[in-house]
Ligand binder design. Structure first.
Ligand code: C2E
Ligand code: MG
Ligand code: MG
Ligand code: MG
Length: 271
């Protein structure tokens, strides 16, 4: 019986893996098509300051697939990363975000908003990454100091010197950098202060657990004090309740992003 069960389980997994691979290949092909057929869209999620004023937004990609409906980035970004398609996709995203900044430049309430754009590791590693960003800024006319690039700690483990150089080049014209999902990676505090970053973004897993007990809160407190010691802005993602917001406010967090305030929406649905 155990043997039968084992064999069944085996079949089950094989079929699943086969299906997964097929689906990934399909998505990979569809994605190439998607960029040229208007299936991709940037959604924006508000980021608020301590007075609950909107300070900016994070751009989050959405794919309106012709047969699958909405596909979330968690499903296709890593596929695009593997196929290399992410470089073209990343260019498209950056251009869209910069054009959005320009559209907002003369807007009554949005002219000061920043747009945070997630950058993937393949993009950041590309030799011409800094040039590309500079060219996109110049071509669109977006103000560099309204653009925030979100990177993660793991991206800084390889080619660290080259990456820092590219970041420094962009920082000189006013582009800002945020360290996304902070606390989940491998940062050694030693190199944190060598990085040309402006903001620490506390991962939502810490926020989710923060009211589960004092020892969870200690983690957030530590990240916030680290950020402030290094003169960095701190922002929490995944703020889902008033309780989260109040606790983070009391701990001195500078910025807030999460479903409690707003879900990611297309630009025409922003307040
Ligand atoms: P991320 O950059 O850490 O983005 C935060 C994710 O948390 C987003 O999911 C957002 O919708 C979600 N979120 C926001 N507030 C809450 C909340 O209160 N509760 C919960 N449970 N979740 C919340 P999304 O849009 O599905 O994006 C997932 C990830 O995909 C992003 O994580 C980012 O790593 C990647 N991604 C999204 N857009 C892009 C993009 O344009 N380029 C690249 N390279 N990656 C992207
Ligand atoms: Mg992000
Ligand atoms: Mg994040
Ligand atoms: Mg995250």
């Amino acid at each position: 019986r155990a043997k039968d069960a084992g064999r069944n389980t085996q079949c089950f997994y094989d079929a699943n893996i086969q299906q997964m691979i097929t689906e990934q290949l399909e998505l990979q092909q569809d994605l190439r098509h998607a960029m040229n057929h208007d299936e991709l869209e940037l959604y924006y999620q508000l980021q608020l300051d301590r007075e609950q004023q909107v300070a900016g937004v994070e751009a989050l990609i959405r794919w309106h697939h012709p047969t699958r409906g909405m596909v979330m980035p968690g499903v296709f970004i890593h596929i695009a990363e593997q196929s290399g398609e992410i470089v073209a996709l990343g260019d498209w995203i950056l251009q869209r975000a910069c054009r959005q900044l320009v559209e907002w430049q003369n807007h009554a309430t949005r002219s000061d908003w920043t747009i945070a754009v997630n950058v993937s590791v393949r993009q950041l590693r590309a030799e011409d990454f800094a040039e590309k960003v500079l060219i996109t800024l110049a071509e669109t006319g977006a103000k560099p100091d309204k653009l925030v690039l979100e990177i993660t700690e793991s991206m800084l483990l390889v080619d660290t010197e080259q990456v820092i150089e590219k970041m420094a080049r962009l920082k000189r014209v006013g582009v800002k950098f945020s360290l996304d999902d902070f606390g989940t990676g491998y940062s050694s505090l030693g190199y944190l202060n060598r990085l040309p970053i402006d903001e620490l973004k506390i991962d939502q897993s810490f926020v989710r657990d923060m009211n589960q007990g004092e020892h969870h809160k200690v983690l957030i407190r530590t990240i916030l004090s680290l950020g402030h010691t290094l003169s960095l802005t701190t922002i929490a993602e995944g703020v889902e309740s008033e309780e989260h917001f109040r606790s983070l406010l009391a701990l001195g967090c500078d910025r807030f992003q999460g479903y409690y305030f707003a879900k990611p929406v297309p630009p025409d649905q922003l307040p």
